[in-house]
Design a protein around this ligand. Sequence first.
Ligand code: IVH
Length: 668
Amino acid sequence: MTEDQARQQITSLTGKINHYNYKYYNENISEISDFEFDKMLEELIKLEDEFPALRLPDSPTLRVGGTINKSFQTVAHKHPMLSLGNTYSRADLEEFDQRVAKGLGTNDYEYFCELKFDGVALSMTYRNGLLVQGVTRGDGTQGDEITANVKTIRTLPLRVDLPELPDEFEVRGEAFIPKKVFLELNKSREEAGEETYANARNTASGTLKMQDSAMVARRKLDCYIYSYLSRTSPGTHEKGIHMLEKAGFNVSPTHKKCKGIEEVLQYIDYWETRRFDLPAETDGIVIKVNNTDQQQELGFTAKSPRWAIAYKYQAESALTQLKSITFQLGRTGAVTPVAELEPVFLAGTTVKRASLHNANEIKRLDLRPGDYVYIEKGGEIIPKVTAVELSKRPANSQPLDYIRQCPECGTLLERKENEVIHYCPNKKGCPSQIKGRIAHFIHRKAMDIDSLGEQTIRLLYENGLLKDPSDLYALRYEDIIQLEGFKDLSSNNLLQGIENSKSRPFKNVLFALGIRYVGQTVAEKLTAHFQSVDSLAAATFDELIAVPEIGERIAQSIKDYFTDPENEREIDKLREFGLCFVEDQKKLTGGNDTLKGKTFVISGVFNNYSRDELKEVIKQYGGKVVSSISSRLDYLIAGDKMGPAKKEKAISLEVEIITEDEFDNLLK
Ligand code: IVH
């Protein structure tokens, strides 16, 4: 390809992909299949690799990151990023309103109300339509320049094209991790045996300061824009907001213009509980005088504008009695204390338990059984104990003695240097850890043995049939049929599920082993890099930390795991049973005409294949991948999270829908 052709193709792909991205992230519309989209993006990545100088400043490949920031430059804000005066009281708002009326010498003004999003304030500068700079608030006068990280925020336009917009302008907004993404993030950290994050705001803030923008991209940050700043003002805040909406910025649709303070109070009431259903966490509302001339007239105090104020919702809290403190044991042996509470209704749900994190937290709160405690929903997600009501403390109460022994097996607990968590060191003998490890091993994202559940694991363990994951593969029909509740069909089902799991790829197997800190993503990185368990086991500490995203903590944990001879023996056994300990090339190198003349649509996410692998396998077996569903299509291969519209269409056109396991069977 000549340079000119490449330029043309890069420009065309960049425009198209940005358009589809915008539709997808800002309007929730998929205009093309994921497969076609991935193909276009792949082509663009390839072209940009080949012709780096031709990469456009609004290239969608910037969204996936890749820039490593050694340190962040400090830059001064053109206009200071002030904070807002805030209040929890309605009476204060009436006073604010009187101050505004007095300051303006008239009652002729309007307010513009918005929700106050609880995230990280950012400032973005656009020049000639392009996003050229992203900066944190910092101390208000200067902040960190984090442009590469900011560009990974999918809803933030890299290029805008609206005639009303001047050559240069600034927008400000609040970056956040959507609640749903935050919960998923914590879930996968838990699965990897990592400590979970306490709240979404601090996590978002930490994420934006990460050095590797590819890591930032994976955190799926979003950003609501709430301010427009330029040399000439549009006249009202409302007009600025409408212009931002028109230009494609992600403005939360929750704003409202209010005639007077009465309407503002109604707005506050309206959002008091509805705000819990929004994707971002909120802690109040912001009230702004709408007219920008009037804003100027009112001016600023040293810290904040006189034309705006924040009203904060009282964090909903409830008082209830602490019945007892119990201790939960994870598969890694980590002990988590849990507050067992007298059930109490709080912000939409009944709360019975709250995590106390660790011994230090109990000490800090001086928590004693029988105490009355205040609980709040931390970031409106996880309930937490915030304080003890000392006036209600029973007279004879005693400080709590933190447990010294494992609640499951009685072994003396240990606490590593610089760690706050207690661990049960009895890895091999503690029933809870044994069952926890197996539950992790069979997890959907690991070996995906869905014919096994926690009940059956318990049953097998109690009958002496199951101690290590490898014991699963030695189970026989005769063993299972004699278990309580098992019949012929269920026994065979269980065995079949275990048998099927042998085809899981190496990355799933590695994750399934449950090495501390080796979650799904890390497992994927390691398998791609080392290709086999033998080279991973032989890697030195330095070789491990040389892999992108593998830090010292993970490297040490891997070294510890492979120096334990029992782990080595377990891997040998699993290998003998036929589990995959090498990056699986065999599916890709085989191939024949089995699928000749057959057409496939791929939709969703798969356990054993990436979409590209699946595509490649179909090709190698003589089949063809197409992008749209028609009555001539032979198969729709359905993965997780397949769009319901596709499914419906396939059903209505009587196209056969198959799972990936069924697809594997076609190849046989
Ligand atoms: S306007 C002069 N609007 O709240 C200050 N701020 O204490 C103009 N925030 O640092 C800020 N949602 O990070 C504004 N709709 C909203 C907001 C909002 C959240 C944050 C922002 C700012 C802090 C002010």
